[in-house]
Design a protein. Structure first.
Length: 273
């Protein structure tokens, strides 16, 4: 049996009662460790669950999934995911592969950034397509996320921007040379995301391209949502690049057309801090 269990967004105690009961009975417990993180860390999870956790990085889940699937053929196996199990498409791929192998599966859902973002005061049904903002490099600066923000904005919809994280990543040099040396974990901040968006806007203006979403668009920076240190700040995009939101994880919301109730709610995050 293969169980997909959501852990929620805060700490070890955010797992559901059903999810915890399943984890305690499983023979093996894998912790997905590349699409998101919990602020409490692996040791705290192991202590609370009473189980050792096997870290499942991107390589294991996407290329070596047989290790998980083969174990689930004979044993009860839990696959733990921060947030909800299907917040990332790679986990659906794992479920489909399990079904092809006729491995029984069960899912225990939990809160994710996709619904918890409602805590910022914006109405969930007023959000458009969610976008991901990747870390830029000197030679790779994709801007497809900006086009989607424009599309949402033209319909008056808000945009949730999920910010890149890099866990167990190799530099280009180490990758080419086949050296198993990994860079320190990196988590994009709302400041970095704002900087990349502003650079996109400036470039498009220089090239006389449409820039309906510019430096003055209203944004909400969100940090560590669901935790005791949750923080939210509302500012224009050009001000957001100077706002330090503290430790990860961060998300950024580009605000669309506001309902009067949403306007009142945003005042909560516009206070001095």
């Amino acid at each position: 049996m293969l169980y997909f269990i959501g852990l929620g967004l805060g700490d070890a105690q955010d797992i559901t009662v059903k999810g915890l009961d399943i984890v305690k009975k499983c023979d093996k417990v894998f912790l997905e460790h590349y699409t998101s993180i919990l602020t409490c860390g692996q040791e705290a999870l192991e202590k609370f669950y009473g189980k050792p956790l096997l870290l499942a990085d991107r390589d294991l889940v996407e290329q070596g999934a047989e290790q998980i699937l083969n174990a689930a053929k004979e044993q009860d196996v839990a696959f733990l995911v921060v947030g909800d199990p299907f917040g990332a498409t790679t986990h659906m791929d794992l479920l489909l592969r399990a079904q092809e192998l006729e491995i029984p599966t069960q899912t225990v859902h939990n809160a994710s950034i996709m619904n918890a973002i409602g805590a910022c005061g914006l109405q969930l049904y007023q959000f458009g397509e969610t976008v991901s903002i990747p870390f830029w490099t000197d030679t790779w600066k994709p801007e497809s996320f900006y086009e989607k923000i424009i599309s949402n904005s033209e319909r008056g919809l808000h945009t949730l921007c999920l910010l890149d994280i890099k866990v167990k990543e190799q530099s280009e040099e180490n990758l080419i040379k086949g050296r198993k040396i990994y860079d320190p974990p990196r988590f994009m901040t709302t400041q970095q995301a704002a900087n990349q968006l502003i650079e996109t806007v400036k470039r498009r203006k220089l090239e006389s391209l449409p820039t309906p979403v510019d430096e003055k668009v209203q944004c909400i920076a969100v940090a560590r949502i669901g935790s005791e240190t949750q923080k939210m700040v509302t500012r224009c995009l050009d001000e957001m690049q100077f706002i330090d939101m503290g430790p990860p994880l961060h998300s950024l919301v580009i605000v669309g057309r506001l309902h009067p109730l949403e306007m009142d709610a945003l005042k909560m995050h516009a206070l001095p801090y």
